[in-house]
Design a binder for this molecule. Structure first.
Ligand code: CP
Ligand code: NVA
Length: 304
């Protein structure tokens, strides 16, 4: 397996062995048995949307590996003044060693990748959030020993998290079920991609949250209105109410089931405060694992 020099724009860019390689490296880095050095290397962060976890975990990841980080805030670079992405990409390529981008359109990260030789990392687009799902799979692995064979159930909006979770679970050999209100299902192209990547495990899309939650090892949710959808937040409330993760829904999962949320969370909207703060929640470990998973990812893409 060699990820050196590659991009991570979608989890579908990886095969199962590569995904396992990232998780194994992340586990070793968390345990302190693997300590790669990125001395002299620079990570750029170009974020068009707000971020706490991704921004800080990428920065700390690079600093812990003795590399440096540059914040390419679009508002203080020429990016917000309309310099073509193709030009920005070719210039940044001459300075940086790796670039993580958070933006709206998936096409923008693809354009960066086409015009940069350095690795480009998708740090969230409207379509995908691959780095989040690396951390989620690491969290599932820590709790159950392995991801393969587990049933991961996502209840909520068929958004970027749902898409990357579909792909990541299929690649890792986990069963995956996505329950959304009518009209909010994940992109059928991504569902097909997940089915093609899976080696015979379940890839289910449904509107039935109770049916989906039955027997789950993992219950996962995310906000009902993502960044960029703020205007729809109020109108989505009624449609999504039956999809709230609450004690009654969690009771349908296995007794040892864990609860995940990528955060930020809206208590008593997509998840009750009781479940988020309850004994089955692993959200803080999940957030910590962003750091370990991204350290592994950066080190493997840089080949250090
Ligand atoms: N989960 C996640 O990506 O959080 P941030 O938006 O704070 O980076
Ligand atoms: N679906 C959410 C994830 C935030 C980490 C969003 O895109 O806003």
């Amino acid at each position: 397996m060699s990820l050196t020099g590659r991009d991570l724009l979608s989890l579908a860019d990886l095969n199962g062995a590569e995904l396992q390689g990232i998780l194994a490296a992340a586990k070793a880095m968390k345990a302190g048995t693997l300590q790669p050095h990125c001395g002299g290397k620079t990570l750029g962060l170009l974020f068009r949307k707000a971020s706490t976890r991704t921004r800080v975990s990428f920065s700390v990841a690079m600093q812990q590996m003795r590399g440096s980080v540059i914040d390419l805030d679009p508002n203080v670079t020429q990016v917000s003044r309309g310099e073509p992405i193709e030009d920005t990409a070719r210039v940044l390529d001459r300075y940086l060693d790796v670039l993580a981008i958070r933006t709206f359109a998936q096409e923008e990260v693809t354009t960066f990748a086409q015009h940069c030789r350095i690795p480009i990392i998708n740090a969230l687009t409207d379509a995908e959030h691959p780095c989040q799902i690396l951390a989620d799979l690491l969290t599932i692995q820590e709790n159950f020993g392995e991801v393969a064979g587990r049933t991961v159930v996502y209840i909520g909006d068929g958004n970027n998290i749902a898409h990357s979770l579909l792909l990541g679970c299929a690649l890792a050999g986990a069963h995956v079920r996505i329950a959304t209100p009518e009209g909010f299902a994940p992109d059928p192209t991504v569902v097909t991609q997940a089915r093609n990547l899976s080696a015979g495990t379940e890839v289910v899309v449904t509107t039935d949250p109770q049916g989906a939650a039955a027997g789950a090892d993992v219950l996962y949710t995310d906000v009902w209105a993502s960044m960029g959808q703020e205007a729809e937040a109020a109108s989505r409330q009624a449609a999504f109410q039956p999809y709230q993760i609450k004690a009654e829904l969690l009771a349908l999962a296995k007794p040892e089931a864990i609860v995940l949320h990528c955060l930020p969370a809206h208590r008593d909207e997509e998840i009750t405060a009781e479940v988020l703060e309850g004994p089955q929640s692993r959200v803080w470990d999940q957030a910590e694992n962003r750091l370990h998973a991204q350290k592994a990812l950066i080190a493997l893409l840089l080949g250090v």
